[in-house]
Design a protein around this ligand. Structure first.
Ligand code: GDP
Ligand code: MG
Length: 750
């Protein structure tokens, strides 16, 4: 069902059954039966007749008069109703209690139309012939008719006019009495009514104006004779009633004239407006009868309940308190209307609440698309429907219920909105950190020169904009709960926290990159220094002009220099990058400290790799061969028996053997002691955390709680290893020597 469809008021409320059967209402509906019971099906009848949703667009007319004066007959002619009429033979009262029927007359073409939704009440004839002297029902039905009807038709034979003591006058006395009673209790709430006299079997000899005069005099006499309550002694009958008069010809003797006059009368049941100040006689024979000031202002959908309440008060002989009745009605109806307008609202909102609850339960709060629009739509339809239906009722009650409904609905919408904000918050933080990570990865692919700071700040901007637009599309403009400033502030604060975490990760990445860079540089440059060992003359080829040939003696100086140069280069790059994304000086300090320690580890690894036994033996052999097998000019020797092979061999061997102790200790030539590693690494910064230290290897001579001394840290080969190496090298050298000897002899034989 579409929420804007007006069908929301299909009437599940008191007195309206679901299955109204037209056959049950052939003669209208008996509102009150002869046992004075109120009929619970009145609502069903109004529903069936399509009046329940008419609001104020309906009219209630009652007819009074002695029984068997042709009242039901008149109504049936006038309004096309099917009230029971007495058959000519039986002469027994037929209308019992109070009946109601909708006007069934189609508006005839060319004539003035009758008002819409006229409801006619046919009230049991008085006289008390069937009910004995029981005046009780007469009083009660008169009071009921007065409390509900705009027009009271008083049906009277012409020959009864002027018979002051007649039954009709008794009835009118009753009507006036109950009206005073009603007025006393309800003062400003009693609306004027029209007492409309229909004079039947008018012969025409006495003009209507005379009849009218007689009736007015009688009415005033009755009024004058009433004992009026204090305060109302001076009141006039015209203060409460307007009067109208019409005469109809004899139905049996002049049937055509009768029908013609009834048709004329029918056209007067149309709506009209009259200034209440000029209220008085409606005597023009074509004046509209249904003046708006007579309307009781009970909305049609509340009428069944109101009528029942009024009847119950009347029947239990309580003072009829119309304002209380109207307030009770308003409360009841407003509650019902509230329930009804909540049905289509729930159809839209409840699934969203469910969806949100499930998301929360699953730990994955979902964002509901177009939430604001959906909520605003449901809310405005609800409030508009409520206003349309409920504002017709007692204003104070309506306002109170409207506030209550708004509070109820806004409470739920606010919860939805805040849930949405929570979801937007969570997903916003997620998206933000994912976007930063992705952009960093893309940056890394293009080379590490991306601007982390820029990435973070642009993603932060985007996240804030997204959050705001999420909020904007989720709120309902004009509601006090649609404020997201504090949520936005919280989001901004947590974005900053996430940024801080991401910056730490970026620092870690930067550190790793720096370490890798140092390692690969050292691989190359330290490898090169060791390769130079292979040449006994310290370096391959002729040394460049002005450059001393590298000597094995300052191998460690060169390594230390290339190491510190490399690391210091890495340090300055590290510092520059870290500063570019706002790393704090403290963070930078820790990063550099770690970088130096890690770099030392890398150097130690590289040295150990170079010093692996096989590698070293090979290098020593090359060193030795270079000295032994090449002359000073670098030309390979061709051994001759006359050469001092033995002497050359011994010198070259001794020279190479000297390299072994040199390699065993990392010492600088100038001081002949280890490099100042501890000073170079420096004290641990005060803000180092245990996480920062987690993956660090201890360094001898630097870390206080490390048992190794700096001397030990700088020991590259143990004495035993050095000894073993010498022995093995000597054997290799011996082999080379023997080969040289052989080749000298061989050369001679050639
Ligand atoms: P009610 O008891 O006032 O509702 O009277 P009914 O409508 O049942 O009619 C009572 C009797 O009066 C019936 O026998 C009708 O035929 C007869 N009747 C109806 N209208 C007129 C009328 O205009 N003039 C006369 N003389 N008799 C009428
Ligand atoms: Mg009748």
């Amino acid at each position: 069902r579409h929420p804007t469809a007006p069908s929301i008021m299909n009437g599940h409320f008191a007195g309206i059954g679901e299955n109204a059967n037209p056959a049950d209402f052939e003669h209208g509906v008996q509102i009150v039966d002869q046992e004075k019971n109120f009929n619970e099906n009145l609502g069903q009848y109004l529903q069936l007749e399509g009046i329940i949703r008419a609001g104020f667009n309906y009219h209630i007319i009652s007819v009074f008069g002695s029984q068997s004066t042709g009242k039901s007959t008149l109504l049936n002619y006038l309004f096309g109703t099917q009230f029971g009429v007495m058959s000519e033979q039986e002469r027994r009262q037929t209308t019992k209690g109070i009946w109601m029927s909708k006007n069934k007359k189609e508006n005839a073409a060319g004539e003035k139309s009758m008002a819409e939704n006229i409801l006619v009440m046919d009230v049991e004839g008085t006289d008390g012939r069937e009910r004995g002297e029981d005046q009780d029902f007469e009083r009660k039905s008169a009071l009921f008719a007065l409390a509900t009807s705009e027009v009271l038709i008083v049906n009277i034979w012409e020959h009864q006019v002027g018979l002051y003591q007649g039954a009709n006058m008794g009835l009118l006395k009753t009507v006036f009495e109950v009206n005073l009673q009603l007025f006393l209790k309800n003062a400003k709430n009693v609306t004027r009514s029209l007492l409309f006299f229909v004079i039947r079997d008018h012969l025409g000899t006495t003009p209507l104006s005379n009849l009218k005069q007689t009736l007015i005099q009688d009415l005033q006499r009755i009024w004058g004779g009433l004992s009026k309550p204090p305060g109302l002694e001076k009141s006039q009958i015209e203060d409460y009633f307007d009067f109208g008069f019409v005469a109809l010809p004899h139905k049996i003797l002049q049937p055509e004239k009768f029908e013609q006059e009834v048709r004329n009368l029918g056209t007067r049941f149309r709506e009209g407006y009259k200034n209440p100040k000029t209220a008085g006689l409606v005597d023009e024979q074509s004046e509209p009868i249904l003046l708006s000031e007579y309307h009781r202002r009970i909305p049609a959908d509340g009428f069944p309940m109101y009528a029942r309440g009024v009847w119950e008060q009347i029947d239990s002989n309580k003072d009829l308190d119309l304002p209380t009745q109207q307030e009770l009605l308003a409360q009841f109806r407003c509650d019902e209307i509230m329930k009804e307008v909540l049905v289509p609202f729930d159809e839209i909102i409840a699934p969203l609440e469910e969806q949100q609850a499930q998301g929360v339960a699953a730990g994955k709060p979902s964002i509901i698309a177009k939430l604001g629009k959906v909520m605003a739509g449901a809310r405005s339809v609800l409030l508009a429907s409520f206003e349309e239906e409920a504002s017709r009722y007692h204003k104070g009650v309506y306002k109170r219920k409207q506030t209550e409904l708004e509070g109820k609905v806004d409470g739920r919408l606010k919860t939805l909105f805040q849930g949405q904000m929570t979801a937007a918050h969570k997903s916003g933080l997620n998206d933000f950190s994912e976007a930063v990570t992705t952009a960093v990865k893309a940056g890394q692919k293009k080379g590490s020169n991306y601007d982390f700071h820029k990435i973070v700040s642009s993603e932060k901007d985007k996240a804030l904009k997204r959050f705001e637009s999420e909020a904007q599309t989720s709120l309902v403009t004009g509601t006090p709960w649609s404020d997201y400033k504090s949520q936005l502030n919280l989001f901004r604060k947590e974005l900053d926290e996430v940024s801080g975490r991401l910056r730490k990760e970026e620092m870690r990445r930067l550190a790793n990159r720096s370490e890798r860079w140092v390692r690969s540089k050292l691989d190359e440059s330290v490898g090169l220094e060791f390769n130079k060992l292979g040449s006994g003359r310290g370096g391959s080829g002729a040394p460049a002009e002005g450059q001393k040939p590298a000597s094995e003696r300052d191998l460690w100086d060169r390594i230390w220099n290339v190491f510190t140069d490399t690391v210091s280069h890495a340090e300055s790059r590290f510092t520059e990058r870290a500063r570019s994304f706002d790393a704090s000086p403290d963070e930078v300090e820790v990063g550099l400290w770690r970088l130096r320690r890690k770099s030392w580890g890398a150097l130690r690894n590289k040295i150990d790799e170079e010093m692996m036994e096989g590698n070293l033996l090979l290098k020593l052999r090359e060193n030795f061969e270079d000295k032994f097998r090449y002359d000073d000019e670098g030309v390979p020797r061709i051994w001759r028996p006359t050469d001092d092979i033995e002497g050359l061999y011994t010198r070259a061997r001794e020279s190479t053997l000297e390299v072994i102790p040199l390699l065993s200790r990392f010492k600088l030539a100038a001081t002949s002691s280890p490099p100042p590693l501890d000073a170079w690494i420096g004290e641990a910064p005060s803000n180092v955390t245990s996480a920062d230290e987690e993956d660090l290897q201890p360094i001898g001579g630097v870390d206080e709680d490390e048992a190794k001394s700096l001397e030990e840290e700088m020991t590259i080969l143990s004495d035993a290893k050095a000894q073993d190496l010498s022995t093995r090298f000597k054997k290799t050298a011996d082999g080379v020597y023997i080969e040289a000897k052989r080749s000298a002899i061989g050369g001679m034989t050639q």
